[in-house]
Design a protein around this ligand. Structure first.
Ligand code: PLP
Length: 475
């Protein structure tokens, strides 16, 4: 593409992006398409001859956009609500233009050094002590996989050289609460520990891991010849945002010599707010911790940060340097390829750096604080209504609740809430998701988008009440 053609279309695209972001709230939040509908509008094969950008952009608007669920929408309350902020999008655009691959220091000196410096800023902003070394990964799932691989390496079984099969090895275990994210189970599956390699620990009435039950499980397993590898504590679980007692869990881990990984993918961002920093109490004793700036730090997906106090173990697990990757800098520099299974390394620190600089520590804190205020406010409205029920405490910005009409048994209440959720989401005015809390279906309304105001939350609450009445009348 000649430079002038690029310039013309880039201006067009940026204008479209600015208009999109200004009007994103006017779209239906959840894509209003049926499965297969987008694919049916796309040719089965690539064109033989190149096509004009104007035609491609027309199809982007007409075919692709209707199939987009708008995560940047102020009424997106599903899963964990996120934002691709302006400075983050600019960083992503520049990274695409540079197309740098910082696998080695010399293939990306600035990306390598910016990553280290920006993650040290983030470490300080989160109140983590010196000594935590950060790398950027694509997702929390990958960060946790790397952490558990490092824990296995630290256990001294020489798995790196000898593998997991064809020899006598003890069964290895990872411990996590029954509320833990499925990415921990997936990491265990990928690392050859199997699903039974993750043992779930009971939680208390606030859905927090019970450290005494954890210790008992470790002792029991040891007695049965099982090797405890790693404990995953979560600050901000996916279903209810509960916060495990990391300090007490750290004591158990230290007593039994087990690697402690903290999954702060969502909740870790709250530590940017000085008065919420307690969410990471005890995390300073962890061996590793994951936090996702693409969840609640307004950085466009993807950007996950793995901090570890034992980077040399991560390197021991993953560093492998064939001749064609040897460089004259040798051990004198950081080569980012050494800190995970991937060789190629996208320039993700640019968007994080630009976002942190644009908002500043106070700007980040004030926005996260506001999201927590809105969640607490919604919880107070729900608490004030007889036929609505809070299903979990609200330590951060996630509200978990259900409509519980008088006289309906639990099974009918579950079905009623399923219908309510489907009706709300189908309308396109708001998008919520669901979970099960102690077996009961619950609605999740997560606040984390920069465009979400009190009015949006108020409207979503009004919509929920209206739809609840309609769904009930239809039943
Ligand atoms: N951990 C927690 C607590 C989460 O809530 C999630 C996703 O929502 C993950 C891990 C996985 O995140 P990712 O999509 O970055 O792999």
């Amino acid at each position: 593409m000649p430079p002038e053609e690029f310039r013309r279309h880039a201006h067009q695209v940026v204008d479209w992006m600015a208009d999109y972001l200004a009007g994103v709230g006017d779209y239906p939040v959840m894509a209003q398409v049926r499965p297969g509908e987008v694919a049916a509008r796309l040719p089965a094969s690539a064109p033989d001859a190149g096509e004009p950008v104007d035609d491609i952009l027309r199809d982007f608007r007409d075919v692709i956009i209707p199939g987009i669920t708008h995560w940047n929408h102020p009424d997106f309350f599903a899963y964990f609500s996120i934002t691709g902020s302006g400075p983050g999008i600019l960083g992503e655009m520049l990274a695409a233009a540079l197309n740098t691959n910082a696998m080695l220091w010399r293939t990306g000196p600035a990306p390598t050094e910016l990553e280290a410096r920006t993650l040290d800023w983030l470490r300080q902003m989160m109140g983590l002590p010196e000594g935590f070394h950060g790398t950027i990964q694509d997702t929390a799932s990958m960060s946790t996989l790397i952490a558990i691989a490092a824990a296995r390496e630290a256990a001294g079984l020489d798995v790196r050289e000898q593998g997991m099969s064809g020899r006598e090895l003890p069964k290895m275990r990872v411990y996590a609460s029954e509320e833990v994210h499925s990415s921990i189970d997936k990491a265990g599956i990928t690392l050859g520990l199997g699903r039974t390699g993750t043992r779930k620990i009971a939680t208390d009435d606030r859905f927090r891991m019970d450290p005494a039950a954890l210790e008992q499980a470790i002792v029991e397993d040891r007695a049965a010849g099982i090797l405890p590898l790693c404990v995953v504590a979560t600050t901000g679980t996916t279903s209810t945002s509960s916060i495990d007692p990391v300090a007490a869990i750290a004591v158990v881990c230290e007593r039994h010599g087990v690697w402690l990984h903290v999954d702060a993918a969502y909740g870790g961002s709250a530590a940017l707010v000085p008065e919420l920093r307690g969410v990471l109490d005890g995390a300073e004793r962890a061996d590793s911790l994951v936090v996702n700036p693409h969840k609640w730090m307004f950085v466009p997906i993807d950007c996950s940060v793995l901090f570890t106090r034992r980077p040399e173990i991560v390197r021991r697990a993953f560093s492998l340097v064939p001749e064609y990757l040897v460089t004259p800098e040798g051990e004198g520099v950081t080569n980012l390829m050494d800190y995970g299974p991937a060789l190629g390394k996208r320039f993700r620190s640019l968007k994080l750096w630009m976002t942190l600089r644009y908002f500043g520590a106070e700007g980040m804190a004030s926005r996260i604080r506001e999201h927590c205020r809105l969640a607490t406010l919604l919880a107070s409205w729900i608490d004030g209504e007889n036929e609505w029920e809070m299903m979990a405490p609200v330590p951060l910005s996630l509200v978990v609740f259900r409509h519980a009409p008088r006289g309906m048994d639990d099974a009918r209440t579950d079905a009623h809430n399923e219908r309510l959720l489907a009706a709300v989401n189908a309308g396109g005015r708001a998008y919520l998701s669901h979970t099960r809390v102690r077996g009961r279906l619950a609605l999740r309304l997560a606040i984390g988008n920069l465009r979400t105001t009190e009015e949006h939350v108020r409207d979503a609450w009004a919509l929920l009440r209206q739809m609840a009445a309609e769904v009930r009348a239809d039943a």
